[in-house]
Write a protein that binds this ligand. Structure first.
Ligand SMILES: Cc1ncc(COP(=O)(O)O)c(C=O)c1O
Length: 500
């Protein structure tokens, strides 16, 4: 390390504003810290001297020396006599493993692209690396080496017959739902399923009961279909029923197995109350069964549809959580009286579900190694849940508290409130995180109006290193808000604040 070692052009990476609330030196500290912990500036990179930086940034030298001193004290920088200031090579492993593409000298922040690893963010998708690709390739080859003529010619309204048959068996085994293949309609995922139900059952302007909080995409689709949502509050037993004097609707969309996003399993009495409501009010219940394969400490409960004696429950399912996120196949399981109407809607709207993967999926679902694969994924996701909960309690307990979910692929971390009721702006943090290559969802976005501040953090699609990286980036962004409160609510396990 000598004086001739070129330094990082920080003026391309840092932007300071004299109008901001924080002093300039603090802005500089926050931005440099983020560059280092996200790996954009690598360990052993040389920084400009404080004199040079002051000239490059058009700020006073004191601003630059104060910022450097703070980062030296934090151990992110080291000073070498006569050689200059460098990013510490002895950073904790988690920081060195930052997944953002390192900055090349001469390049600017705007030109750096996140690597594919970074784009994983807090993913609640399946773990892509564990997917049984050789088995999937064999299923595709088997289905298509010599395809049966009907695959090339027929429309296959409702979906490919063999897949519907395999799925009816799978649903019986995993969800306790007893249905015939003719009750199943293969769709292109949630949006397509909702369009079909809307076309078959609803008129423009009709009201639909939906959970609040709920799945934002579902809300968007309901609006775009010209339907009017009415909100159902959610408590510890799941979605509440509409009040007796509230207007009744033809359709209610609920997620009894695992309320989205809060993860609550609906209680038995509440399920029965919903089934009674459906019968008495002549209301269809659309059961969103989106990630129920993955239960950990909780005993798996059967789908609400398996309890329905009156043919009022429609099951809406997806392969996005079992296969991979871009798979784009889902399904509806229909009560007998609805089959014709939904098939009619599919005929009119055109089948959106790609036919060519359906035969391969049918073979995969019935392959004897698919169940053990699901078991492995369940163990992997449980481990990742534990890792994420541990990291949150270790690094983020100053801002967030979390209860470890007993199922599913994401958890909800709630922001603490200060005694005067203030809290972190979760939506602004999510935007900041995205700028640093980490995607996640703000809890408040899941509410129709104002919701509590927090984060829906997926864990299933990220390995331990990615989770660590994401948590450290989130910590740096939370630190940069200058907002921090002593916890007012307890975390589930003891917390120990580590400094990075
Ligand atoms: C609450 C919820 N419902 C349904 C789905 C499945 O949607 P799709 O089949 O369109 O991927 C998801 C996927 O993330 C989800 O989070």
């Amino acid at each position: 390390m000598t004086n001739n070692h070129p330094h990082i052009p920080l003026e391309n990476l840092v932007s300071l504003s004299a109008d901001a609330a924080e002093p300039l030196y603090q802005q500089l500290v926050q931005q440099l810290r983020l560059l280092i912990v996200t790996g954009r500036v690598l360990p052993s990179s040389r920084l400009p001297s404080s004199r040079q930086l002051a000239v490059d940034m058009g700020v006073s030298r004191t601003t630059c020396t104060s910022a450097y001193q703070q980062l030296l004290a934090e151990g992110l920088l080291i000073s070498r006599q006569g050689a200059g200031i460098f990013v510490n090579t002895g950073l904790p492993a988690a920081l060195q493993q930052g997944k953002t593409k390192p900055l090349l000298i001469g390049g600017g922040l705007a030109t750096t692209q996140p690597t594919s690893n970074t784009r994983v963010g807090f993913s609640s998708g399946p773990d892509a690396r564990s997917f049984p690709f050789p088995l999937w390739a064999r299923c595709l080859a088997k289905a298509w080496r010599c395809p049966e003529p009907s695959l090339l010619q027929d429309v296959h309204l409702g979906g490919y017959e063999n897949l519907r048959r395999s799925l009816s068996h799978y649903l019986y085994m995993t969800r306790g739902v007893y249905c015939s293949p003719s009750q199943i309609v293969i769709t292109a995922g949630q949006r397509d399923s909702l369009s079909l139900i809307s076309k078959a059952l609803m008129q423009s302007g009709d009201r639909v009961y939906m959970e609040n909080p709920g799945y934002p995409l579902q809300r968007q689709v309901i609006h775009s279909l010209g339907l009017t949502p009415r909100w159902l509050e959610v408590d510890q037993e799941g979605a509440q029923l509409p009040a007796n004097n509230a207007p009744q609707t033809k359709l209610a969309i609920i997620s009894p197995s695992r309320q989205y996003p809060l993860g609550i399993a609906m209680s038995g009495p509440r399920k029965l109350a919903w089934l009674n409501h459906a019968q008495n009010q002549n209301c269809w219940l659309l059961e969103d069964d989106y990630d129920s394969e993955f239960t950990y400490e909780r005993h798996k409960t059967d789908a609400l549809m398996s309890l329905d004696q009156n043919q009022k429950v429609i099951l809406i399912g997806s392969f996005s959580k079992l296969m991979f996120q871009g798979f784009r196949l889902g399904y509806l399981v229909l009560p007998e009286p609805l089959i014709d109407a939904v098939l009619g809607a599919q005929e009119e709207l055109g089948g959106m579900a790609s036919l060519h993967i359906q035969p391969a999926l049918s073979l995969l679902l019935t392959d004897r190694s698919f169940n053990p694969h699901l078991g492995r994924m369940r163990r992997l996701y449980r481990h990742r849940r534990d890792v994420l909960c541990g990291l949150i309690n270790q690094h983020l307990s100053q801002w967030l508290y979390v209860t470890s979910p007993d199922s599913g692929m994401h958890l909800v971390a709630f922001c603490h409130q200060s005694p005067d009721g203030h809290t972190v702006d979760d939506q602004a943090i999510v935007v900041d995180l995205k700028h640093h290559g980490v995607t996640t969802f703000a809890l408040s976005k899941h509410y129709a109006d104002h919701g509590p501040s927090g984060f829906c953090l997926g864990f299933s699609g990220c390995d331990d290193e990615q989770l660590t990286h994401n948590v450290i980036v989130l910590k740096q962004i939370l630190l940069a808000t200058g907002y921090g409160t002593a916890p007012t609510q307890s975390v589930e396990t003891g917390s120990r604040e580590l400094s990075v």
